[in-house]
Design a protein around this ligand. Sequence first.
Ligand code: HEM
Ligand code: SF4
Ligand code: SF4
Length: 526
Amino acid sequence: MMAALKSVLRHGFDVIERGADRVFSPAFNPFAQLGALGYFLFWIVAASGVYLFIFFDTGVVNAYASLEWISTDHWYHAGIMRSFHRYASDLMVVVMGVHLLREFALDRYRGVRWFSWLTGVPIIWFLYISGITGYWLVWDQLAQFVAIVSTELLDWLPIFGEPIARNFLSPENLSGRFFTLMVFLHIVVPLLLLLMMWIHIQRISRPKVNPPRAMMAMILAALLAASLWKPALSQGPADLSKVTSEVGIDWFFLPLYPLADLWPGGLIWALVAGFTLLILFMPWLPPMKKPQAAVVDLAHCNGCARCVEDCPYEAIRLAPRSDALPFPNEVVVDADLCVGCGICMGACPSSTPFRRSGDLATGIDLPDFSLKELRETTIATAAQLQGPNRILVLACRQGAAAASGDATVFLPCVAMAPPSLVDFILSRDLADGVVIAGCAERACYNRLGVEWTKARVAGERDPYLRGRVPRERLAMIWADRNENKRFEAELAAFAETVGQLPKTGPRMVRAAPPQPADGRAREPVS
Ligand code: HEM
Ligand code: SF4
Ligand code: SF4
């Protein structure tokens, strides 16, 4: 059931995101920026909120009037800020919801990746409480409805000695103290939200928290347009002597409120608690995947820290050297954080298949799929290639190549393949061409795998692909699982191009020299 839902969602996201790729280009695809957009919207809400507080009267008697003044007399600055505050908050709910669904669809929340998911759950609560308390402060008819329904719901819980809904049953009972509490909560809860958003990204390296500038400008322009077209307004002053009848609902923040008005409080709480518990435990629901963590082999590690820089999950740290080798540092893997993507292995200068030693070892390796096994699998897969244009595919298990068949070496992430592996394949004439086939650029399963691979091939990031590797014999295809057709077409086109290149035989390659003592890169020499 869960798997079917995930598969449908993934398919849906793939289709929509491909369209967005065409409209915005992969670099500006909003789906690849959802977390960063959430942050950006938070800053807009915070800045516009601070601006509004300058003019807002925090007492229950004058709150409504001060907001009327903001929206009418001073609509051109404070009124626009009010609309920014409301619409950016609404958009934040949308962005958060899509981000949650997308991480679920991409299966990026299970096993050791539980942390970001779990810390996302309080974010949902904090965002909703911030919005609900915000609507309360307007003290218009919607606020009255929100106040009554919220307090009735809270009264259902055994927290307060006396029913607090009483405060809103008649004008005489209205308590300014309760309103002050709401003002306080509307400041404190967003601060807690920010704290949680910060904790949320602590276990991933280089999190994207700022969208591209052009995207920020577009959002600001869209918010301005919405603010001018349909300014955020109040809905008539609250009047506790009357029962609120027709109020306009903000469906982003208050979707449960009309239901709460009709259904018993217990049912609403059961729904909310059930949803919270379900997503809280989702990372541990079967089927569990627990890949073995990367292991360090100090005899082959010079402490250069490339693996530390490339790991997308902050799973590796530098530590003082514990053996007799003349390097200041070594690295330590935290098994609880490691997802087994192998990117560290691809980053390590010791990971070179050219080494002669039978028991091919490297500085950091995956027990589930070691460098030695990678070399053996590559040689065995290449041996099956036939015909004039033999193309070997190094593919990520998450991308389009997952559905295609032979001549493919599957990896947990394409960035696990050290660039020297491509050099090895071509210089040993194991194939006429190599295809690196990863996930779609906007949705790399391991966040940074596509970026690191591209930078290594372009010579912008160590360990880079050596200049001697004939680039016309290498192609990179980024395609999601549902883009199998495009993948096959690009693969066939590449095979044809390679078929037209002059034949080359194997080149002689000397074994790699011993590691230099300065911790710099070591590349195989020919
Ligand atoms: C407004 C609220 C939120 C903001 C601003 C936010 C922000 C972010 C950011 C910046 C990242 C890093 C993205 C990257 O660079 O790859 C991230 C990752 C993630 N978020 Fe959120 N998030 C929010 C809500 C949530 C919620 C509600 C959930 C789920 C309950 C969630 C689940 C995740 C997961 C699982 C990842 C990690 C993905 C991975 O390991 O590759 N987030 N979030
Ligand atoms: S396999 Fe390596 S890069 Fe990937 S999470 Fe583990 S330590 Fe980090
Ligand atoms: S030598 Fe390899 S294992 Fe050691 S720090 Fe450098 S990249 Fe990491």
